[in-house]
Design a protein around this ligand. Structure first.
Ligand code: NA7
Length: 559
């Protein structure tokens, strides 16, 4: 327990996923007294929880791994171009064990509240097990998609079979053979799970509210020779990622949409459609994101692909989105998803026509009829990006609740700070670069920047950092302005903040969730802030326990 002015930890990191693991690595290297807290029974975040069949990267595996250690890059062999959940979790465990990071982590440890104590300039955390922990700095690495949402349908508790949200897929194997299975939701997760289990279950019934555009993943193994080649090119791969808007290897086609003929556009799309990963989305003309006509032409091309792959023309039409164009939401990548609907054991129920009325003891009831199931899978998405913040009672200066401040949507400085919540850092917060890019590339940038700031503060004897209101307003206005040209501002998706998974959000205001100016611009912005002496942050010096790395024994850091 802390003394009045000496906190238990200099830094507490909340969340032991991809970002939290790298954050604690940086702090451990500096010898800082720090710990990571996580609700889960073990590390891994997204890759700890999402164990549903078909869960895998949509980033090329070798662009998803951490870039900070040459040794690690040389040791790890990615087995598939888009690696699956079990392997991804193994990777994160391998990294944590290799760098001996586990000793800093505390699991089954839910942070219920964190309140800023102005008198002693520290954060007081209330843990669900009854403990109070204090720290000078709290770093939020909560994940973007870590608060799953369930539909509010009557009778959900009455179902006698098994049911779970994909996020909470059981750790032990689930027997699917011969079972009657329902999947509710056709986002990226539903699309992965449906493609994977269609030929493994007895009967599969998909309940779709709105269809989503999707594109082939084109996964495949990575041989020893290919991996050796990838290893020899890691510098080049990461520098490509750093200069592309999405932090991927995919670079946009910089020709103007209207500068080339329709034949040339079709030739480009024919080539991209079967390329692995986000090619058809991110190697496309830039106008598809901003110009209604360009987007409509591409969307029609994608609709035609659906018609070619789905045998029943009525089903094909149901699978084609009408309310948004291709690529204005993050594009689900699929394997055999569309072909699943050509199977006799797979059925599509359009719940925009016949809505779900209730869950019964034996299955689901729509306005049309009853269905019997053994298993109901809720692939119904997340209260994205800010949901995890809302789950913790976060109170800043004068007891102001973050939940209240962000009621209509987040507002931040650089996506990393909130005025009035001093010493709370968010390396991958809303409106940061990581929220809209290849996540590990984004979080390395955010974690490195936050850690550099901490080092600067410790060197200079600063004990408090708070964003100025003016800086926060400037940044939020900048983020907001960038939405004005983007078609994504109209989409009802977790990515844009009109999140249809959360009741009420889809009709509310647009929430400016992500920085959509692209990775290079974001990196430039935050580097300028640092170069100008952290302009926009009020840094306050003082006594009361400013950390000195040299005074801390690395052995006493664990939780
Ligand atoms: P998404 O993409 O937000 O998809 C959620 C799906 O669940 C979507 O089809 C929703 O339909 C559906 N949904 C949500 N609530 C309901 C209710 N109440 N009734 C019926 N259907 C509902 O989440 P995912 O988990 O699939 O993907 C998230 C990200 O994970 C993805 O982008 C990747 O980056 C990885 P709607 O469209 O709202 O009509």
């Amino acid at each position: 327990m802390s003394s009045a002015t000496e906190p238990d930890y200099e830094v507490i990191v909340i969340g032991a996923g991809v970002a939290g693991i790298y954050q604690i690595k940086r702090l451990a290297d500096l010898g800082v007294k720090a710990t990571v807290l996580d609700t889960a029974g073990d590390l891994g975040g997204t890759w700890y929880w999402n164990r549903y069949p078909g869960a895998r990267f949509d980033s090329e595996s070798y662009t998803y791994g951490y870039s900070f250690s040459k040794e690690l890059l040389n040791e790890w062999h990615w087995k598939e171009r888009y690696s699956g959940q079990p392997e991804n979790l193994r990777y994160l465990n391998y990294v944590s064990d290799k760098f001996d990071l586990r000793k800093y982590m505390q699991f089954n440890c839910t942070v219920e509240a964190t309140h800023f104590d102005e008198e002693f300039n520290l954060w007081r955390l209330k843990i669900a097990d009854g403990r109070e922990l204090t720290c000078r700095f709290v770093i939020m690495t909560l994940g973007l998609l870590s608060t799953p949402t369930l539909p509010r349908i009557e009778g959900m508790d009455s179902f006698k079979g098994r049911s779970f949200h994909t996020y909470y897929w059981p750790h032990e194997p689930v027997e699917l053979a011969g079972k009657k299975v329902a999947v509710i939701g056709t986002g990226a997760t539903g699309i992965q799970v449906i493609g994977e289990i269609a030929d493994k279950v007895g009967e599969l019934t998909v309940f779709q509210r709105r269809p989503n555009w999707c594109a082939p993943l084109s996964n495949g193994p990575i041989s020893d020779e290919e991996m050796a080649d990838i290893r020899s090119r890691y510098d080049e791969i990461f520098s490509t990622c750093a200069r592309t808007p999405g932090g991927f290897e995919h670079e946009p086609d910089r020709r103007g949409f209207n500068e080339v003929s329709r034949e040339e556009r079709l030739a480009l799309w024919d080539g991209l459609y079967d390329q692995p990963g986000f090619g058809i989305w991110l190697r496309n003309f830039r106008e598809i994101f901003t110009d209604e006509e360009a987007n409509a032409e591409l969307s029609e091309y994608m609709a035609e692909r659906v018609r070619q792959r789905v045998d029943d023309p009525l089903i094909a039409e149901k699978l084609i989105p009408r309310d948004h164009g291709f690529g204005v939401q993050r594009v689900p990548l699929e394997t055999k998803y569309l072909e699943a609907y050509n199977r006799d054991n797979v059925h599509l129920v359009d719940i925009s026509e016949t809505p779900l009325e209730r869950v019964t003891e034996s299955g689901l009831r729509t306005t049309e009829r009853d269905y019997d199931f053994d298993i109901i899978i809720y692939a119904t998405g997340f209260d994205a990006i800010t949901g995890a913040f809302d789950h913790i009672d976060i109170q800043g200066v004068d007891g102001e609740k973050l939940r209240d401040r962000w009621r209509d949507g987040p507002s931040t400085f650089l996506g990393m700070f909130i005025h009035g919540f001093p010493n709370m850092f968010m390396p991958s917060g809303p409106q940061s670069g990581s929220a809209s890019t290849n996540y590990p590339r984004g979080i390395e940038t955010g974690v490195n920047w936050c850690t550099d700031l901490l080092e600067h503060m410790w060197d200079q004897g600063y004990i408090r950092a708070d964003a100025t209101l003016a800086a926060e307003e400037r940044w939020t206005a900048h983020v907001t302005k960038m939405y004005s040209t983007m078609l994504m501002r109209k989409a009802k998706s977790w990515f844009t903040g009109y999140n249809s998974n959360v009741e009420g959000h889809e009709h509310g205001k647009v929430r400016y969730f992500v920085y959509n100016g692209g990775s290079p611009k974001y990196i430039n912005n935050i580097n300028v802030v640092a170069a100008e002496g952290y302009e926009g942050l009020d840094l306050t010096s003082g006594s009361g326990g400013a950390f000195r790395a040299s005074s801390v024994n690395a052995d006493n850091v664990s939780g």
